[in-house]
Every structure is written in C-alpha cells, then in structure tokens.
Design a protein around this ligand. Structure first.
Ligand SMILES: Nc1ncnc2c1ncn2[C@@H]1O[C@H](COP(=O)(O)OP(=O)(O)OP(=O)(O)O)[C@@H](O)[C@H]1O
Ligand SMILES: [Mg+2]
Length: 246
C-alpha cells in the first residue's frame, strides 16, 4: 500500500536527517514513527505527502511512485493530520470545513453530503456542524481536521501526534476511528511520543534518530531496551507490568 524505498533527506546546509530509510505499510497496518524531538518525524510526514521531496529514494502508493505527482494529486490518496491541526482549518463552519475536500474532488452534491454526514458522525461532531471550528474545544478542532480527512476516503492516513492532549474519552474515540480505518484496509502512519498509545495501536515501529533504517515489529522494538534508549522512548506500561508479574 505505502512503500518507502531508500528514502534520504537533509535540509539545505544541514546534516542528513535520515539515509536510505525503508518501510512497507500494508492495508490495515499502522506504522508508528517515533524518536526524540527534532529526529525528523514531521519532516518524514511532509515527504510522504509531497510537501517536501526526498534527496534520494522514492515513495510508492499502491505501487505507483509519487515522485512525478503534484501535491494535490498525492492528496487524493494521502490524508494528513498535521501536528497543529488548527493550522489546517480555514472555513467558518465545521460542515464547510469537512465538505471542502470532497467538493474539490468534483463529487455530486448528494455524495458530498453523505460523506460529510458520515465523517461528522464518526468524529462525534454531528451536533457541531454549524459551529465555527475555532469556537470548539481543542479535541473537537482536531477531530474537525480528522473529519475533513476521512471525508476524502484516502488510502493512506498520516497522523502527527493525534493523541496529544486528548482526555480519555477523546483518546478512545480516536482509537475507534483508527481501528475503523484499519478494518477498511487503509495504511496508517502514526507519529507518536506516547508508547502506550503506540503499543495499543501500531504493529510496526520506525525509530528515527537511532541510525536504524528499517521498521521493526512493535514486539521486537519494545523488547530491545538498547534500541528504546537510543530512540529516547519509554517501555509501554503493559510490558513493564507483565515483567513485574514474573
Ligand atoms: N524548514 C526547515 N528548514 C530547516 N530545518 C528544519 C526545517 N524544519 C525542521 N527543521 C529541522 O529539522 C529537524 C527535524 O524537525 P522535525 O520537525 O521533522 O522533527 P520532529 O521529529 O517532528 O520533532 P518533534 O518531536 O519536536 O515534533 C529539526 O532539527 C528541525 O529544527
Ligand atoms: Mg514533529
């Protein structure tokens, strides 16, 4: 579904952020991208959605290289929830925010309405459709951005710290949406500093800033204390507890 093939990138006049990265995210799989602040996680997301271009290597979506595609062409397949979703909201009504993308696709009005309706229900925002996005709570604003992505039916979802600052109820709602997208066969890339969240939702981990160029299964990654130390992440509490039981 989503393939990173030998991906290398450096900002101008800076040391390389990563070299020859490889990963494959199949349908229904979640790849967590972890690592210290400044390791290049958000940069990797911008390579995947075409806002930046790699110095070497390529990205394939459903077998097709994105190197010749424009950002808006990539956006048909790839939906991005940015680290600060407030920056991606621009409409004066939640409904309009979510309807914008599907309208750009040239869909019939009835189809647009169906998609917006479903996306707002899935994000628990149906009763907020006529509100101004910036009048909503932080969680609702983030879910408005998420709804606008879901309404586009992208094959690949890129989520930059979607769980950050959410309370338990909204976290559960987010996890239900991730599970639903997995079931629908989407490929998901999840940037996350919360290893409990990674443990619950991801099957693979790519640890940036560690010198490792390939993804690991979450099981292998969380079992390797040396790797966790290099990635500067914690052991998930589930594993700490299971070790205490011995
Ligand atoms: N436009 C840019 N030009 C030059 N350097 C940049 C640019 N954007 C980011 N950087 C640098 O590249 C490095 C990686 O940044 P990035 O935002 O990808 O890290 P991150 O892993 O997402 O960090 P965080 O966990 O804090 O979100 C940082 O050192 C950052 O200062
Ligand atoms: Mg970041």
């Amino acid at each position: 579904m989503l393939r990173l093939e030998g991906l290398s990138f450096a900002y101008p006049a800076q040391a390389p952020l990563f070299a020859r990265l490889n990963a494959h995210v199949g349908p229904g799989q979640v790849l967590a991208v972890v690592g210290r602040n400044g390791a290049g996680k958000s940069t990797l997301l911008r390579l995947l959605n075409g806002l930046l271009r790699p110095d070497a290597g390529q990205i394939r979506i459903r077998g097709r290289s994105t190197s010749g595609l424009k950002v808006h062409e990539i956006a048909r397949d790839v939906g991005t929830l940015f680290q600060t979703p407030e920056q991606q909201l621009f409409a004066t009504r939640v409904y309009e925010e979510v309807a914008f993308g599907p309208r750009q696709l040239g869909l019939a009005n009835a189809e647009v309405e169906d998609r917006v309706d479903l996306a707002l229900r899935r994000t628990f925002l149906h009763h907020q459709a006529q509100r101004h996005p910036l009048d909503l709570s932080m969680a609702e604003r983030r879910f408005t951005a998420l709804a606008s992505i879901l309404a586009m039916h992208p094959a690949v979802l890129l989520l930059d710290e979607p769980q950050r600052g959410l309370d338990r109820l909204w976290t559960e709602r987010l996890e239900a949406i991730i599970a639903g997208e997995r079931k629908a066969g989407k490929a998901i890339v999840l940037i996350c500093h919360d290893m409990d969240f990674v443990d619950r939702n991801a099957q693979m981990v790519l640890a940036l800033g560690t010198g490792e160029a390939s993804a690991w299964s979450t099981e292998t990654f969380f079992g390797d204390l040396e790797l966790l130390r290099r990635a500067r992440v914690d052991t998930p509490s589930r594993l700490l507890l299971s070790r205490l039981e011995y």
